[in-house]
Design a protein around this ligand. Structure first.
Ligand code: DAH
Length: 362
């Protein structure tokens, strides 16, 4: 006679108690190994079945299998309970109070130039314009020649150009003197209808109270089959009124000259200058703010656009001056001083993103 198998119900009760007693997943695993592992108690008993006579083996085998199933089920159930408890504890520990206000002092300020560019883009985007960009280092063709300013053209002299060493292939390079070369790039690289605005940095060798060697411009270009001066006028009236937030701001179109437009105009907005203070609005005085015109057929042709089929308008304006007017910034040069106190005063919070839906000046 071999040693009898210990009572299955005692073994089961022992193991179930052990399962119920653990409260970590690691301890539970230790119990599993002690019961069902290679050297576990159930496994150990199973190994002894071979020594029993057939009837006793069958009976003890069935009893052990029942213990094994019960213990395995208890292990699974306890594991699920412990995992659930661990998750609940973690959720509790990582609880986030979504009703807390955001931090009252976000880091940094948006520079008034960036803010102004974003405002201008928001207005033009609302009219269906896309944004196009070009390089600050331009070649002679895009900055001058394609804009109907061939070499030796007198208009080139007015630009106080910063010349760079020629490129390796001999092309003359400059720091772009205006954003108009982006018109050229857009027309060369695309097909009408075209409707783009091109904001960016521009450079001229000039420095005094009202000029800095680096400044910003935004250019506009619309090319289609029947675009005319009336569209140009409507677009700019709408833009100026939205930008300055003055519904009855008067605009005056004065005949002017640019090599790349024909006819050309300069646009003034209404203002008053009484008492040395500049105020925008319908007050009888005028302030020039931008240049514009119908794109010269020669420019269209140089950019690969059929001037017998297409026509359109362009405009260009500085960004600093409108920004100074709108935000009461008295000195141009402070834009580029990188003075943090100035930026704190005139800068914008990162969340103040311009959008027409909220009202630009909100
Ligand atoms: N590029 C001109 C400048 O820098 C501004 C300008 C005038 C742009 C008329 C235009 C335009 O597109 O049509 O002075």
């Amino acid at each position: 006679m071999t040693t009898p198998i210990p009572a299955a119900d005692t073994l089961e009760a022992d193991l179930l108690a052990a399962v119920a007693a653990v409260d970590t997943l690691d301890a539970l695993e230790a119990v599993r190994v002690s019961a069902l592992g290679k050297k576990g108690r159930i496994t150990g008993q199973m190994k002894r079945l071979g020594g029993l006579d057939p009837d006793a083996r069958r009976e003890a085998g069935q009893a052990l299998n029942a213990v094994k199933d019960a213990v395995a089920a208890a292990l699974e159930a306890r594991k699920a309970e412990l995992a659930q408890a661990a998750l609940a504890a973690r959720l509790e520990a990582e609880r986030v109070d979504v009703s807390l206000p955001i931090r009252p002092r976000p880091v940094g300020r948006i520079h008034p130039i960036s803010q102004t560019i974003d405002e201008m883009i928001a207005i033009f985007a609302d009219m269906g314009f896309e944004v196009a960009e070009g390089p600050d280092i331009e070649d002679d063709f895009h900055n001058f020649t394609a804009l109907n300013m061939p070499p030796e053209h007198p208009a080139r002299q007015m630009h106080d150009t910063f010349y760079l060493p020629d490129a390796q292939d001999g092309t003359a390079r400059v720091l772009r003197t205006h954003t108009s070369p982006v018109q050229v790039r857009t027309m060369v690289g695309g097909t009408p209808p075209i409707r783009v605005v091109c904001p960016g940095r521009t450079y001229r060798s000039d420095y005094d109270m009202t000029h800095t060697p680096m400044f910003h411009q935004i250019e506009g270009l619309v090319i289609d089959e029947a675009t005319h001066m009336g569209h140009l006028k409507g677009c700019l009236v709408e833009f100026c009124r939205a930008f300055f937030g003055i519904d009855d701001l008067p605009l005056r179109f004065r005949p002017s000259f640019f090599p790349f437009t024909e006819p050309s105009a300069e646009v003034d907005i209404g203002c008053s200058r009484t008492g040395g203070e500049l105020k925008l609005g319908n007050h009888g005085d005028w302030l020039e703010i931008l240049g514009c015109g119908m794109v010269h057929p020669k420019v269209l042709e140089m950019c690969g656009i059929d001037s017998t089929r297409y026509q359109g308008f362009a405009f260009g304006m500085g960004i600093e001056r409108p920004a100074m007017l709108k935000y009461g910034i008295p000195d141009l040069r402070t834009f580029f001083d990188a003075d943090l106190r100035w930026l704190k005063h005139y800068g914008f919070l990162p969340l103040d993103m311009p959008s027409l839906a909220r009202g630009l000046n909100a």
